[in-house]
Design a protein around this ligand. Sequence first.
Ligand code: HGY
Ligand code: MN
Ligand code: MN
Ligand code: MN
Length: 416
Amino acid sequence: MDTPLHINGERLWSRLMELAEVGEYDAHSGLRGVNRLALTDADSAGRQLVVGWMRAAGLAVRVDAMGNVFARRGGTDPDAAPVMSASHIDSVATAGAFDGCLGVLAALEAVQALDELALSTRRPIDIGFFTEEEGVRFGTDMLGSAVACGRIDIAHAHALTDAEGTTLAAELARTGWNGTHPAQLEPPHAYVECHIEQGPVLAAEGLTLGVVTGVQGISWQEVTIEGRSAHAGTTPTELRRDAGLAAARVITHVQELVDSRRYGELRGTIGQLRLAPGLTNVVAHQAILTVDLRNPDEEALSAAEGELAAYLKSLEEAGLTVRTKRMARTAPVPFDEGVQKAIAQAIEDLGHEFRHLISGAGHDAQEVAAIAPTAMIFVRGEYDGISHNPREYSTPEACHAGADVLATVLYRLANE
Ligand code: HGY
Ligand code: MN
Ligand code: MN
Ligand code: MN
C-alpha cells in the first residue's frame, strides 16, 4: 500500500478563513458568523472565489443546469470512471466557517497535493460543490445533489421558490450559475466527502477523525394551522380558535414523541414559527411552523410521522384547520463498506485513531450513495461540535488531518 499523502495545511486553513469572510456578519460579542444562503450574492461571491482557486490550480471547471460546479484533474485513462469528492459552500443564516467548506477545500488540496508531488492517477478525479445543500432558502435540503443523482426532477427543483416567491431557476440565471452541463452525474467509481461532524461524539472520545457509516433519515414538513383572530381581552377560552396555542401544543407534542423513546433515537426540531397577525392583543388566527424529524431507523421515523399526523388531525376537533406540506423526506442511507475500509486504512496509515459513527446531519454524500460506492470522513468539532452556529470550530490540525486522509483515499481509489 503506497505511503499516505500530506496536503498543504496552511493553504487549506487560509482558504477556509478567506472563504468565511464572504457573507460574514457580526454575530454577537465579536463572534463572526457566516450567512451565504444558496444563490444569494454572498453565495455567488463564495463560488467565484473557490472557482478562481480551482482554475489557478489548472483544473477544467464545469457548471451544470442546477449550478453544481465540478472541476476535473485528468487521469492517464480518460475513459475510466472518475473518483469524486465534493460538498457544499452554501450555508445556513447563522453558520460558521467549516460546514461544507472544509470538504470542498480539502478536495482541492488533495488534487493540488497530487500535482505538487507529480503523482498521476489512472482515473480522473472530480471535485466541486453542490447547490442548496442546506435547503434553507428553497425549502429542500441536498437539492443540487438530489437532482444530479436522480432523486429530484430538475423542473421541480427549478420551480422551487424562496420566501419572496423567487424561483431557483431565476436565481441561477440572475447570478449566472445556470450552467449548460446536464445536471446528471455520470456514476463515479467512488465518492468520498470530508465534513465536520457537527456533533459531540468525536470530541467526547478525544478523537480527531471518524469513519461515517451512513446518514439518518430526514423528514421536513411545514404545518399551517388556521384558527380565528379575536380580542385578547374579551374572548374567553371556550370561544377561542387560537392558532398560537395550537402551535405551542404541537411543539410540546413533538418533544413528547422524542422523550417517550417509543421511536428510538428520534430527534424533533421546530425551527420556524410564524404567527399572524402577530399582534399583542389579538388571538392568532394562523400559525405556520416547520417540523424536522430525524431517525436512523426508517420504520421508527415513519411511525413518528404517522403519530404526529394523527395528533395534527385531532386539533381540528377544536374548530381549527390544519394543512401540512412535505418539504423533504429521505430514508436512512448506509454507506459503502469498501470505501469505509479505505478511509479507515488511510486514517491508520496516517497514524490517527478513529471510530465509526452515523451522521446526524444530512449530506450530499447520501444522494451520491444512490449511484456510487460512497462514504465520508468526519473531522471533530470543538465546543461539543456545535454547528449551524457561528461558534462552529475545528482546529487547523484536525482540518489538516481530515484532508490528508481524503487525499490518501482519493489517490488510492483513483488507481484502482
Ligand atoms: O439539515 C441538515 O442536516 C444539513 O445541514 N443540510
Ligand atoms: Mn499532514
Ligand atoms: Mn454540511
Ligand atoms: Mn449544514
